[in-house]
Every structure is written in C-alpha cells, then in structure tokens.
Ligand binder design. Structure first.
Ligand code: 9Z3
Length: 340
C-alpha cells in the first residue's frame, strides 16, 4: 500500500493538470450556475452540502475500488434542516447514497413496501398507506414538495474521488459570486489516497501473481486552494472523522491552523449520531479568517474554541443531532455574513 514518506503529494494544480474531468462536468456546472444565479438574485443564502464516500477505482475498466465509509446520513439529514432554515441547498452526493426526504424510506431501514396496505376485496385491488405511517409520510411529502416546487434543492452526484475534486473546485468557483452568503458543509468522506490514471491498469487486475501491491498517491489537500483561492468569503465547515477519540481535537485544530477556515466539526465514528465537537479559531468571531499555513506542531490550543454538542437518544430517540448542528451553523454563518 501507499508509503507516505516516499511519495511527494500531488499539488492541486498538478492533480487537475494530469487527471481528466468527469464527462458531465460542463453540463453539471451550467445547471448549478442557473441555480446560483436565481438564488443570489433573490438574496438567498446558499449552502453546498457534500455527502457520502468517494471511491478510488483500481482499474480503468473498473471491477474493484476502495471506498470511504459514509451512508450519507449526515449530509442528507443536514440538507433537510438547511432547507427548513431557508437556505437554497446544493446537494452534491455519492451516487446511490442517502438523499434528503427519500432517506426516511431507505430500502434497508424502512422499505416503502412495508408501509403499504392492500385491500384485495376491492376490484381493482386498492393500495393504501398504513394509517400508522401517514403522519410521517405527510410531513416528509409536504417538505419534499415545497423544496421541489420552490426550486430550493439542487442535486448532483459523484462516484470517484476524481469526480468529487473536479466538482468541488468547479462549484466553489461558481459560488464565488455569493460572497459571504455561501456556506460550505463538507460532510463527504473523502479518500486521502488515489491511483492516478497514468498508473492504473487498463483491465481487471489478475490474481495469478499472488498478493497484490498497489502504491497510491496522496490526494491533494483541497481545503487549501478552496479556502485561499476559490472562495475567499464563504463560510467553510469541514468534518474530521477519527476512530481514536484523543486525536479528534488536535487534528481539528491542525486543519484549522493549516487552512485558515472557520469550523471543523470533529466526530468519532462510533459516537457521531449523538456527539460532535465544533472547533473554531477564536478569531472567526470577529469576522476575519485566521492566517493559514501553520503546521500542527506550531498550534497553540489557546487560539481555538471547542464546543461539544450532545443529544440524549435514550430520552428522545427520534432527535437528530443534525438539527442542532445546523442551527448552530446558521447562527455562526449569520454572524459571519453580517460582519462583512
Ligand atoms: C464525516 O466525518 C461525516 O460526519 C461522516 C458521516 C462520514 C462520519 P454518515 O454519512 O457519516 O452519516 O454515515 N465526514 C468527513 C470525513 C472525512 O473524510 N474527513 C476528512 C478527514 O477526516 C477531512 S475532509 O481527514
């Protein structure tokens, strides 16, 4: 597997100069441009939500790939709360991962065939929604219709880490015109390693040679150009996923010091449904971004503020932590937008 010490990471420029864009990029961008135009003219705040995990294909004719863990729950759920808060939402998600509204009827947790009743005494047979399912369906359906009829939700998909990086760059460049009215909510689980196209085998890797050794390159640290070039005024929230609890805060502080954005939300894989930590540089409260470029070894804990957010699922099993995450971000984004 990848040897981190021997391989210099690709810079973002090298990445985009050598890796091909997804074939639908131009059409995707043209549609997003219309959406952004409509909502900026209406002076509406926009959020870009990224959601789901990226893949790293191992072959050009893909049979095998590496995947990053994410069902898309965080992103899809948050998108609904952003819509409720009055945002126009660009939902950029991994194909087939959970989506706002339809997530309530996921085939694995709540398959739609299970909430229908059939009356076979009638001809033709009558299909009804079970009465126990009606209140939730009515509520989800009315929010879904409101988003679709109001044109406040725009959805687009990625599969590979390459698609993700190209799309994120293109969308953030389009969102430049929004100034401080845009929030980036980067909840997608993005691979740290990838196989450049030039190193990929064309056909399915054969098993005849025994064990498989693949050397991967490091994915460029995309937050750097995102923060310092593509969107200078946007409010940027990234997520940090760890399984070692002790790394959560140091890693989040390190990312903020290095890239100079506004918030890192740290979450532990096993506690993510009921506990997250907001880590922010103290300076953001004054409406300015901190100077980026510090290495984690230079980080002074006093320069950061941590706020834990917890919910009690034993008391309220239907509560979704995304409701509180989004409420807090809407508040912080408002401060940021009005500090301009
Ligand atoms: C997250 O940490 C998300 O909260 C989860 C959500 C992926 C845990 P689910 O979709 O899970 O609800 O099942 N996303 C960011 C993960 C990530 O790749 N972060 C990078 C890192 O930790 C930085 S961008 O290094």
């Amino acid at each position: 597997m990848a040897s981190e010490e021997t391989q210099a990471p690709f810079s973002a420029e090298q990445f985009f100069a050598t890796q091909p864009p997804p074939p639908t990029l131009d059409e995707d961008v043209a549609r997003v441009r219309q959406f952004i135009k409509r909502h900026t003219e209406a002076n509406q705040k926009i959020v870009l939500v990224t959601s789901g995990g990226t893949t790293v294909p191992l072959e050009l004719n893909v049979v095998r790939f590496l995947d990053n863990f994410s069902a898309g729950t965080r992103g899809a759920t948050s998108a609904e709360y952003f819509l409720k808060a009055g945002y126009a939402v660009i939902f950029m998600h991994r194909q087939f991962s959970l989506q706002p509204f339809s997530r309530h009827y996921s085939h694995s947790t709540h398959p739609f065939l299970d909430f229908l009743d059939v009356d076979e005494h009638e001809v033709p047979a009558r299909i009804d929604v079970k009465s126990s399912e009606r209140p939730q369906l009515l509520s989800v359906l009315s929010q879904y219709k409101q988003a679709h009829e109001g044109g406040t939700l725009h959805t687009l998909t990625f599969v590979t880490v390459n698609d993700y990086l190209w799309l994120l760059r293109a969308l953030s460049q389009e969102l430049y015109v929004c100034g401080r009215n845009v929030l980036f909510y980067l909840a997608a689980a993005v691979s740290d390693f990838f196989l450049p196209r030039q190193k990929m085998s064309e056909h399915k890797i054969q098993s005849g040679k025994g064990s498989l050794h693949i050397e991967m390159d490091q994915v460029p640290k995309i937050l750097k150009p995102l923060v310092s070039e593509w969107t200078r005024e946007g409010f940027i929230v990234s997520f940090k996923l760890e399984t070692d609890h002790n790394l959560l805060i140091p890693k989040a502080r390190g990312a903020l010091a290095r890239y100079g954005h506004q918030v890192v939300i740290g979450n532990n894989l096993h506690r993510r449904k009921f506990e997250v930590v907001f880590v922010a540089p103290a300076a953001v409260n004054s409406g300015t971004r901190p100077t980026p470029g510090q290495e984690p070894s230079e980080v002074d804990p006093k320069d950061f503020v941590e706020t834990w957010l917890r919910i009690d699922l034993a008391k309220d099993p239907h509560k979704e932590i995304e409701e509180d995450i989004v409420a807090e971000l809407v508040r912080r984004h408002q401060l940021w937008a009005s500090a301009a």
